[in-house]
Design a protein around this ligand. Structure first.
Ligand SMILES: C[S@@+](CC[C@H](N)C(=O)[O-])C[C@H]1O[C@@H](n2cnc3c(N)ncnc32)[C@H](O)[C@@H]1O
Length: 262
């Protein structure tokens, strides 16, 4: 899978993509990440990428021309140009619909989650546009981006960290990226629940014992315990998630005993 990331600050990505799992995934060629400096697509002498907002309001807005130029040249898409002599020709969506999803990172987008990560992982290629400063000229959102994603209801200084979050979360669903292929399907949120407690050696740390069932070797009982603890953890931390989970009568009984109200 290939990611094309459009940013004014490509240097921000160095550490995130050059260590741990993502480094391994890139080396194994399951994951390709291309960073594109939006400034390189400017055509003016001073390489200007931002300007003051029309009608005031403070801050700087990223200009549309270099963003369109960078994305269109990398993805090889062309803009519709209105025929000045024929007002009846309307651009359908301003650009020929590209095959590659073009995601604008924005605190106003749809809220990123595990389901969206899995959905995005089905694409062969994704383009991510990182805003900065006070944001991005609206025409990028309206006529270039095909999707708009937020990583949470808060505002960051730029789209670079959100882009890293999305690449990381999506990459976990690419076969071969994780050592444990089951992980993305059993981790928190994969099936609507949070994962229950996890332990490693030693069995006794400062008198805090690992639950005996985990040392028993009885896999059926261990799986049943894990499911129960996942239900308990979800009820305690994020009870609203339980509304979307298919629960057996026995599981409902277990949760009611904890104080859950359907
Ligand atoms: C300071 S923010 C701009 C916020 C904008 N003025 C607003 O009120 O919606 C600058 C850039 O950071 C990125 N950004 C900030 N918060 C984000 C979030 N929660 N999710 C995704 N991108 C975000 C976007 O690319 C945005 O264009």
């Amino acid at each position: 899978m290939r990611f094309d990331i459009f940013t004014l600050f490509p240097e921000m990505f160095a550490g995130a993509f050059d260590s741990s799992m993502l480094k391994r995934a890139r080396a194994a060629r399951g994951l390709e990440i291309f960073l594109h400096d939006i400034r390189a697509a400017t055509t003016d002498k001073h390489h200007v990428t931002d300007d003051t907002p029309y009608a005031g309001g403070g801050g700087m807005i990223m200009k549309p021309e270099p963003i369109f130029a960078a994305v269109e040249s990398v993805l090889e898409i062309r803009s519709w140009k209105l025929d000045a002599g024929n007002a009846s020709i309307q651009p359908p969506n301003s650009i020929v619909q590209p095959l590659t999803p073009i995601i604008l990172l924005s605190p106003q987008g749809r809220l990123f989650n595990s389901t969206i990560a899995r959905e995005l992982a089905r694409a062969d290629r994704l383009a991510l546009i990182c805003g900065h400063y006070e944001g991005v000229d609206e025409r990028v959102r309206a006529h270039l981006a095909t999707d708009e994603i937020s990583i949470g209801d808060y505002v960051l200084t730029g789209g670079e960290i959100p882009a890293m979050v999305i690449v990381d979360a999506v990459a976990r669903f690419i076969p071969g990226v994780l050592g444990n292929p089951d992980a993305p399907h059993s981790d928190s949120h994969a099936r609507g629940l949070l994962k229950g407690p996890q332990y490693t050696r030693p069995a006794d740390f400062r008198g805090w014992q690992v639950p005996e069932i985990l040392l028993s070797g009885n896999h059926a009982q261990i799986n049943a315990w894990r499911r129960r603890e996942a239900l308990r953890r979800t009820f305690e931390s994020r009870p609203e998630l339980l509304r979307a989970v298919a629960l057996s009568d026995e599981e409902k009984e277990f949760l009611r005993a904890l104080g859950w109200q359907e």
